[in-house]
Design a protein around this ligand. Sequence first.
Ligand SMILES: C[C@H]1CC[C@H](NC(=O)Cn2ccnc2)CC1
Length: 332
Amino acid sequence: ATGSAPAVPIDERFDIAYVTPVTIGTPPQTLMLDFDTGSSDLWVFSSHMPPFQVRGQEIYTPDESSTARLLEGHTWSIMYGDGSASRGNVYVDTFAVGGLTVLNQAVQTAQQVSASFTSATNIDGLVGLGFSTLNTVRPESQLTFFDNAKASLDNPVFTADLKYMAAGTYDFGFIDRAKYTGEITYVPIDPDPGYWIFTSSGYAVGASSNFSATPIIGIADTGTSLVYLPTAVLTAYYRQVQGATNSRSYGGYVFPCDSALPSFTFGVGEERFTIPASYIRYAPVTEGSATCFGGLQSSSELGINIWGDVALKAAFVVFDSRSPPRIGWAKK
Ligand SMILES: C[C@H]1CC[C@H](NC(=O)Cn2ccnc2)CC1
């Protein structure tokens, strides 16, 4: 089996996040979910939430699905790196995305979500694509939809083709030769932490002329908007940007929106990927401001570097869960 589904930016102006249509239950209930390689819970806005926490999102109502079964005594609770959180109980039901159907998928129904999820009116929940070891359901942890689908996929892979201010694609079970150019460069993944962690071979400010061959260990995270890198890398980059400062009040590097920005190049093995300046001029700090927030930010408080959407949309990325797992990067 294979599947293919669109990854649609939730906002016309900035690629804050991408959502993908899925159906859950019988008859099918359609929700738009954020496919997140940085976590491993499949959770949805649901009929079990207080109405004031729902602000336009689609909800899953298990009582209206003839195939929904409560997973007795099971609960979940998750907090993300940005401080957002959600928790609730668990059903199993039929889950379908892009022509792929998984029977008896654990669907985590929210009973409570934090304010930032309520405010994200175009995100109806998340689909974790990390390793199932990270799943928060207790007393028995549950499998991701990809792990449930894996055995029936033509190949145990999924790919991300995210795009700048346009709809991209998630493919499951196959690698679409039409979505990339040249060859795919694969590097090993350490699955133990549960993230898609790999080592980048280095970086350059601007094109790859002055490349610094220094290992950068980080996660490929479709659920994170920006790129978070070590301070040394950040200062080297923003040193080239007129008026750039690391603003405590705005919580990161900002610069005048009309400043000239260099591109940013990162290495995967011998291959080099360049993030265009336009992706790094991420967004005005507030609507209409002449001060812009950078797409490259510091990972110093995180303990891990993160290759979020700003980097992922500069490439075609293969998440290969053969044994041992690996990640592949190609130009497009
Ligand atoms: C400082 C960074 C801030 C952004 C963090 N990313 C996430 O929290 C990803 N995510 C998933 C669901 N909602 C958000 C990573 C750390």
